[in-house]
Design a protein around this ligand. Sequence first.
Ligand code: ARG
Length: 567
Amino acid sequence: MKIKSHIATILQEAFIQSGIEPQGEIVIHEATKAQFGDYQYNGIMPLAKLYQTNPREIATKVASHIQTDGLIEKVEVAGAGFINIWLSDDTLSRYATKALADERIDVALTSQAQTIVVDYSGPNMAKEMHVGHLRSTIIGDALAKLFEFLGHRVIRQNHIGDWGTQFGMLVAYLEAQGVEQSGELQDLEAFYKAAKKRFDEDAHFANTAREYVVKIQQGDRHCLTLWERFIGISLNHCQEVYHKLDVSLSAQDVRAESFYNEDLPRIVTDLENAHLLQISQGAKCVFLEGDEIPVIVQKGDGGYLYATTDLAALRYRATKLKANRILYVVDARQSSHFKAVFDVAQKAGFVPQETKLEHIAFGTMMDKSGKPFKTRDGGTVKLIELLDEALIRAKEAIKERENYSQGELETLAKAVGIGAVKYADLSINRESNYIFDWDKMLSFEGNTSLYLQYAYARIQSILKKYEGDVGACEIVIGDAIEHTLVLSVLKFEDVLTKASLDATPHTISAYLYDVATDFMKFYEQNPILKEGLEKATKESRIAIASLCAKTIQLGLEILGIKVLNRL
Ligand code: ARG
C-alpha cells in the first residue's frame, strides 16, 4: 500500500531517463488542492542553480519521462517547476481490492522494528490519580498501540511515584487507623487529608511519621510491610481506573520509582567519575551550559531527587531494556526537567548516542470557561468519578436513538462514553491545552468519536443487508468521489507512519475524520443497495464501503476506541 514510495520509484526512473540527478531522496507530498492532482513533487527548484536553467524546463524534461501507463495517469508541470501527479483509477482499484482482502488492509509491518519504551500514566501513590494522569494514560496508550501495530517491540513503563517523605506520614496513619480497618483508604484523597491534619495537630504523631520516613529508607521490615500495603491499595485504585478506561496497562508494566533506589548512589558516583558533579550549597549538582539552575542529584542531607531517579530509569531503559527510542508522555510543565535529565544522561554516557529520547509533552486540561479542570470547590477531579459520569452522559446521548435493551445500552454507553473521553483528548494537537466539554465530545457531529462510531455502524448495517460475499467483491473506481475516497483510504499506512514518527495521535484522528466524511459524501451520491444497480457497480460500492469500515475500525482500535455494529 506504499503509494508514495511507488510514485517515488517511478520518478526516480524518470530522473535517470532524463539524465538529471535529483538532490537527495525523492519526497512526494500530498497535493493541497484538487487542481494540483493527487500528489505533488516539489524538489526541482534547488536543481535549477546546479543546471543553470529555469526550474520549469527541468520539470518538463523530467515529467516527459514519467511513465504514465501504470500507477500514474497524468502529470502536469505547474508554477515554478512543481510536478503535479494524478493517479490512475485502474491501479488504485487494484491496490484497494488487494487491501480489502487483507486483515491489516495491507498496512505493512515496519522493516525497521525498534524497541520502544513508552513511559506513561505515572500516578503518585500518595494521592488519587488526577486529570493530568488521564491525558498521559490516554496518549501513552494510543502511542503504545500504534507502535505495536506497526511491528515495533513496545515496553510500557508505569513510573509510579511510590517513594518520598509523604509515605512516612501515610504509613504511620495507616498503622494508627488499624491496618485491617483501612476502609478510609477507599478514598485516597480523604485519607491523605486526614493524615495531614493529624500530622499538623498531633506532635507525637508527627514525630512517628518522621521516624517512619527514615525507617522505610533504612529497610525496617515493619515499616516496609506497611508501606507495601499502602502502595498495594493505592495501585489497586489505579488499576480500577485503567480497567474503566480500557487501557492496556497492567501490574507488570509498573516500574516504580523505588525500583531504582539501589542504583541511586551509583548514579551519583558515576557522575562524579565523569567529572560532572559540583557541590553547591551542600548539594551535589550538575551544572549545564546555559542553565542557571543546576540539576540537583543529591541533597545535603543525603536524600535523592526526582531527577536522580529519572537518570537511573533512563540508564536502565537504554542499557538493560535496550531501547532504541524512549518516550516520556508527561505534562508539558516538566519539559525543563526532561531536557536536563536527557542532557546529563548523554553527557555522562548513561545512554548510547543513538538512543532517541523524547519528551512527549501535552498541555493542560481546561474546563469550559478556560480554567484548569477542578471540582466546584477547587479540588482535584477524581478520575473514577469522571469516567462514571462519562457513562451516564453517553447513555443520555444515545438512548433515544433506538430501542435498546438495558444490557445493550450499558455496553454501548461504555464504548461511547469512554471513546468520547479518549477521542476528545487524542483529536487535538497534544501540546495545546484542551477544553473538556461533555456536550462537544458527545456530539454526533464534527470530529468526534461518536461521528466515527456512527459511520462505522452505518456501514455495518449496509453490509448486513448485502446478500453476497463482500470479500469476493472487486473494487472498480467509477467516479471522482470514489477516486478521492479510495485514495484517502490507501493513505492509511503513510498516516500511521507519520503519527508514529512524530508521536501525534491526532494525525490519525484527523485522517479518520476525513475518511468518514468522504465516505458520507460517497454514500449520498452513490447509493449502494439500490434496486437495478449493475452487479459490478454494486459489488464495487459494497467493497469500498467495507474497506472504509475496516480503516475506521483499525484506526479507532489503535486509539483505544471500540467500534459498534449498531448505534
Ligand atoms: N509521577 C510523575 C508525576 O505525577 C510522573 C512520572 C513521569 N515519568 C517519569 N519518568 N518522570 O508528575
